[in-house]
Design a protein. Sequence first.
Length: 179
Amino acid sequence: MPAATQASAFGAATRADRRFRAAMMAARPRAGRPVYPSQAFAGSGVQVQAVRDFVAGSFAGHPAAADAVLVASELAANAIMHSASGQDGGLFMVHLTQAGADFLAVMITDQGGPGEPHDVQAGPDAESGRGLAVVGSLTSCLTWFGDDHQRSVLAVVPAAPPAPDSGPACPDEEGKRSC
């Protein structure tokens, strides 16, 4: 990816993140008000541990923190493996929200790529192909939006494990579980 395109994409994401935070936080965080941390990461496999650390630190003490760390780790790995973010000079953003005592939200925004996220039927000896299934089992909502140039995946992680019959019984026609 040309450096000018990368800088432009990163600048747009940073400006959007600042506008989002400003709108959501008004002037500054106050006690009892939610916090919306975001951070950019290089599109390299070594950054997955940095994502885990960022999520664990941001959600420390929340009952869904461990599940949110696993969800963010899987989604970050997918962004690196299946989008332009994993190419030389690629970036992805991690956005976090604590939606009260009962839910955490993790959103990964990458630089897009061909195709949509989808489940893979991994064989018993396969070393990959289970990430979205793991994420789906830990979330009450899993959806995505975007295109070949930018895609965001949003996962809502409940403090209590989702009941097997809670939420939509099956994914919609695109494989998403609507929020």
